[in-house]
Design a protein around this ligand. Structure first.
Ligand code: FES
Ligand code: FES
Length: 223
Protein backbone atom coordinates (compact mmCIF):
# COMPACT_ATOMS: atom_id res chain seq x y z
CA UNK A 1 0.00 0.00 0.00
CA UNK A 2 1.34 3.42 -0.96
CA UNK A 3 1.05 6.76 0.77
CA UNK A 4 -1.43 7.81 -1.95
CA UNK A 5 -3.64 4.84 -1.15
CA UNK A 6 -3.77 5.91 2.47
CA UNK A 7 -4.74 9.48 1.56
CA UNK A 8 -7.41 8.26 -0.96
CA UNK A 9 -8.63 4.91 0.27
CA UNK A 10 -11.37 4.77 -2.48
CA UNK A 11 -8.72 4.29 -5.16
CA UNK A 12 -9.18 0.80 -6.56
CA UNK A 13 -7.45 -0.26 -9.74
CA UNK A 14 -6.73 3.40 -10.62
CA UNK A 15 -10.41 4.38 -10.39
CA UNK A 16 -11.50 7.14 -7.99
CA UNK A 17 -14.98 8.52 -7.16
CA UNK A 18 -14.00 11.64 -9.13
CA UNK A 19 -13.07 9.72 -12.27
CA UNK A 20 -16.33 7.73 -12.11
CA UNK A 21 -18.39 10.95 -11.84
CA UNK A 22 -16.48 12.67 -14.65
CA UNK A 23 -16.87 9.65 -16.93
CA UNK A 24 -20.59 9.36 -16.22
CA UNK A 25 -21.21 13.08 -16.82
CA UNK A 26 -19.37 12.89 -20.12
CA UNK A 27 -21.60 10.00 -21.18
CA UNK A 28 -24.77 11.95 -20.38
CA UNK A 29 -23.57 15.02 -22.28
CA UNK A 30 -22.63 12.89 -25.29
CA UNK A 31 -26.04 11.24 -25.30
CA UNK A 32 -27.87 14.57 -25.31
CA UNK A 33 -25.74 16.39 -27.90
CA UNK A 34 -26.75 16.34 -31.61
CA UNK A 35 -24.85 13.79 -33.61
CA UNK A 36 -21.65 14.96 -35.30
CA UNK A 37 -22.21 16.37 -38.79
CA UNK A 38 -25.69 17.64 -37.95
CA UNK A 39 -27.35 14.22 -38.25
CA UNK A 40 -31.06 14.26 -37.36
CA UNK A 41 -32.15 12.70 -34.06
CA UNK A 42 -33.68 9.25 -34.23
CA UNK A 43 -37.22 9.22 -35.66
CA UNK A 44 -40.23 8.89 -33.34
CA UNK A 45 -40.69 5.18 -32.88
CA UNK A 46 -44.34 5.32 -31.67
CA UNK A 47 -46.28 2.47 -33.24
CA UNK A 48 -49.54 3.05 -35.06
CA UNK A 49 -52.07 0.27 -34.48
CA UNK A 50 -53.11 -1.46 -37.73
CA UNK A 51 -56.72 -0.80 -38.69
CA UNK A 52 -59.32 -3.51 -38.18
CA UNK A 53 -62.22 -4.49 -40.40
CA UNK A 54 -65.56 -5.42 -38.94
CA UNK A 55 -69.16 -5.86 -39.93
CA UNK A 56 -72.00 -4.81 -37.67
CA UNK A 57 -75.75 -4.78 -38.05
CA UNK A 58 -76.85 -1.47 -36.57
CA UNK A 59 -80.56 -0.78 -36.21
CA UNK A 60 -81.20 -3.43 -38.84
CA UNK A 61 -78.72 -2.05 -41.37
CA UNK A 62 -75.45 -3.82 -42.25
CA UNK A 63 -72.27 -1.74 -41.91
CA UNK A 64 -68.80 -2.77 -43.08
CA UNK A 65 -66.27 -0.62 -41.27
CA UNK A 66 -62.53 -0.09 -41.00
CA UNK A 67 -61.60 1.25 -37.60
CA UNK A 68 -58.77 1.77 -35.19
CA UNK A 69 -58.99 -1.28 -32.90
CA UNK A 70 -58.86 1.05 -29.89
CA UNK A 71 -62.18 2.73 -30.78
CA UNK A 72 -65.01 2.03 -28.35
CA UNK A 73 -68.42 1.01 -29.57
CA UNK A 74 -69.75 4.34 -28.27
CA UNK A 75 -67.24 6.37 -30.28
CA UNK A 76 -67.87 4.23 -33.34
CA UNK A 77 -71.59 4.98 -33.11
CA UNK A 78 -71.22 8.68 -32.36
CA UNK A 79 -68.11 9.74 -34.25
CA UNK A 80 -68.04 7.37 -37.21
CA UNK A 81 -71.73 6.73 -37.86
CA UNK A 82 -73.15 9.97 -36.40
CA UNK A 83 -75.68 8.08 -34.30
CA UNK A 84 -75.51 10.52 -31.44
CA UNK A 85 -78.48 9.20 -29.45
CA UNK A 86 -76.23 7.22 -27.11
CA UNK A 87 -74.52 9.82 -24.94
CA UNK A 88 -71.05 10.05 -23.46
CA UNK A 89 -71.51 10.89 -19.81
CA UNK A 90 -68.68 9.51 -17.75
CA UNK A 91 -66.94 7.37 -20.42
CA UNK A 92 -66.05 4.76 -17.84
CA UNK A 93 -69.12 2.73 -17.01
CA UNK A 94 -70.65 4.71 -14.19
CA UNK A 95 -73.62 6.61 -15.60
CA UNK A 96 -75.36 4.44 -18.21
CA UNK A 97 -75.87 7.35 -20.64
CA UNK A 98 -74.20 5.28 -23.36
CA UNK A 99 -76.45 2.22 -22.99
CA UNK A 100 -77.29 0.39 -26.22
CA UNK A 101 -78.38 -3.16 -26.88
CA UNK A 102 -76.09 -5.74 -28.41
CA UNK A 103 -77.80 -8.93 -29.55
CA UNK A 104 -80.74 -7.90 -27.38
CA UNK A 105 -78.76 -7.29 -24.19
CA UNK A 106 -78.11 -3.86 -22.73
CA UNK A 107 -74.50 -2.83 -22.36
CA UNK A 108 -72.45 0.28 -21.63
CA UNK A 109 -71.05 1.04 -25.05
CA UNK A 110 -68.24 3.16 -23.57
CA UNK A 111 -66.78 0.06 -21.92
CA UNK A 112 -66.42 -2.16 -24.95
CA UNK A 113 -64.30 -1.97 -28.07
CA UNK A 114 -66.06 -1.93 -31.41
CA UNK A 115 -63.83 -4.71 -32.77
CA UNK A 116 -65.18 -7.06 -30.09
CA UNK A 117 -68.58 -6.95 -31.80
CA UNK A 118 -67.80 -8.14 -35.29
CA UNK A 119 -71.01 -9.74 -36.60
CA UNK A 120 -73.19 -8.48 -33.72
CA UNK A 121 -76.54 -6.72 -33.94
CA UNK A 122 -76.59 -3.33 -32.21
CA UNK A 123 -79.75 -1.40 -31.40
CA UNK A 124 -79.51 2.24 -30.40
CA UNK A 125 -82.26 4.65 -29.39
CA UNK A 126 -82.52 5.64 -33.07
CA UNK A 127 -83.46 2.05 -33.90
CA UNK A 128 -86.19 1.69 -31.27
CA UNK A 129 -88.62 4.15 -32.78
CA UNK A 130 -88.93 7.55 -34.41
CA UNK A 131 -91.07 10.62 -33.71
CA UNK A 132 -93.84 9.30 -35.94
CA UNK A 133 -93.82 5.82 -34.46
CA UNK A 134 -92.47 5.80 -30.93
CA UNK A 135 -91.51 2.61 -29.15
CA UNK A 136 -93.97 2.02 -26.25
CA UNK A 137 -91.18 2.83 -23.79
CA UNK A 138 -90.43 6.11 -25.55
CA UNK A 139 -94.14 6.99 -25.53
CA UNK A 140 -94.38 6.20 -21.83
CA UNK A 141 -91.39 8.42 -21.02
CA UNK A 142 -93.08 11.28 -22.91
CA UNK A 143 -96.41 10.67 -21.18
CA UNK A 144 -94.89 10.55 -17.68
CA UNK A 145 -92.33 13.34 -18.17
CA UNK A 146 -89.56 10.83 -17.61
CA UNK A 147 -86.87 13.39 -18.46
CA UNK A 148 -85.85 16.97 -17.84
CA UNK A 149 -82.62 17.84 -19.66
CA UNK A 150 -82.87 14.57 -21.56
CA UNK A 151 -79.17 13.72 -21.50
CA UNK A 152 -79.65 10.41 -19.73
CA UNK A 153 -82.90 9.56 -21.51
CA UNK A 154 -81.69 7.50 -24.52
CA UNK A 155 -79.68 5.34 -22.12
CA UNK A 156 -82.59 5.09 -19.68
CA UNK A 157 -84.98 3.96 -22.43
CA UNK A 158 -82.59 1.44 -23.99
CA UNK A 159 -81.81 0.12 -20.52
CA UNK A 160 -85.51 -0.15 -19.62
CA UNK A 161 -86.28 -2.04 -22.84
CA UNK A 162 -83.36 -4.39 -22.21
CA UNK A 163 -84.35 -4.79 -18.57
CA UNK A 164 -87.91 -5.86 -19.36
CA UNK A 165 -86.57 -8.43 -21.77
CA UNK A 166 -84.23 -9.73 -19.06
CA UNK A 167 -87.14 -10.02 -16.64
CA UNK A 168 -89.23 -11.86 -19.21
CA UNK A 169 -86.39 -14.29 -19.69
CA UNK A 170 -86.13 -14.76 -15.92
CA UNK A 171 -82.67 -13.29 -15.53
CA UNK A 172 -81.91 -12.39 -11.90
CA UNK A 173 -81.07 -8.83 -10.91
CA UNK A 174 -77.59 -7.85 -9.79
CA UNK A 175 -78.59 -8.41 -6.18
CA UNK A 176 -79.80 -11.94 -6.65
CA UNK A 177 -80.11 -12.59 -2.95
CA UNK A 178 -82.86 -9.96 -2.75
CA UNK A 179 -85.02 -11.39 -5.47
CA UNK A 180 -86.64 -13.87 -3.11
CA UNK A 181 -87.89 -11.07 -0.87
CA UNK A 182 -88.77 -8.58 -3.59
CA UNK A 183 -91.80 -8.99 -5.83
CA UNK A 184 -90.55 -9.27 -9.41
CA UNK A 185 -92.21 -6.11 -10.72
CA UNK A 186 -92.13 -4.00 -7.55
CA UNK A 187 -90.81 -0.44 -7.85
CA UNK A 188 -87.89 -1.51 -5.67
CA UNK A 189 -86.99 -4.28 -8.10
CA UNK A 190 -87.34 -1.93 -11.08
CA UNK A 191 -85.13 0.66 -9.37
CA UNK A 192 -82.52 -1.99 -8.59
CA UNK A 193 -82.47 -3.18 -12.17
CA UNK A 194 -82.22 0.41 -13.45
CA UNK A 195 -79.55 1.40 -10.94
CA UNK A 196 -76.85 1.53 -13.62
CA UNK A 197 -78.56 4.51 -15.22
CA UNK A 198 -77.98 7.77 -13.39
CA UNK A 199 -80.20 10.82 -13.89
CA UNK A 200 -78.59 14.04 -12.73
CA UNK A 201 -81.97 15.76 -12.96
CA UNK A 202 -83.27 13.16 -10.49
CA UNK A 203 -86.30 12.28 -12.59
CA UNK A 204 -86.45 8.83 -11.02
CA UNK A 205 -90.12 8.79 -9.88
CA UNK A 206 -91.27 9.67 -13.41
CA UNK A 207 -88.85 7.21 -14.99
CA UNK A 208 -90.20 4.40 -12.81
CA UNK A 209 -93.78 5.48 -13.54
CA UNK A 210 -93.07 5.27 -17.27
CA UNK A 211 -91.47 1.84 -16.97
CA UNK A 212 -94.30 0.63 -14.73
CA UNK A 213 -96.87 1.60 -17.34
CA UNK A 214 -95.08 -0.47 -19.98
CA UNK A 215 -94.70 -3.37 -17.54
CA UNK A 216 -98.42 -3.35 -16.77
CA UNK A 217 -99.44 -2.99 -20.40
CA UNK A 218 -97.14 -5.83 -21.35
CA UNK A 219 -98.43 -7.99 -18.52
CA UNK A 220 -102.03 -7.15 -19.52
CA UNK A 221 -101.34 -8.04 -23.15
CA UNK A 222 -99.75 -11.32 -22.12
CA UNK A 223 -102.66 -12.29 -19.81
S1 FES B 1 -70.72 7.08 -20.66
FE1 FES B 1 -70.79 4.93 -20.54
S2 FES B 1 -71.41 4.52 -18.51
FE2 FES B 1 -71.18 6.68 -18.56
S1 FES C 1 -83.14 14.03 -17.49
FE1 FES C 1 -81.37 15.22 -17.10
S2 FES C 1 -79.89 13.73 -16.55
FE2 FES C 1 -81.73 12.62 -16.65
Amino acid sequence: MTAMDVMHPEIQDGCTRRTVLITSAAGVVAATLPLAGGAAPAADTAQVAPLAELTLRINGQPHSLTVDPRVTLLDLLREHLHLTGAKKGCDHGQCGACTVMVNGRRINSCLTLAVMHDGDAVTTIEGLGDPKKLHPMQAAFVKHDGYQCGYCTPGQICSAVGMLDEMRRGMPSHVTRDIAVRPLFSDEELRERMSGNICRCAGYPNIIAAIREVVEKTAGAAA
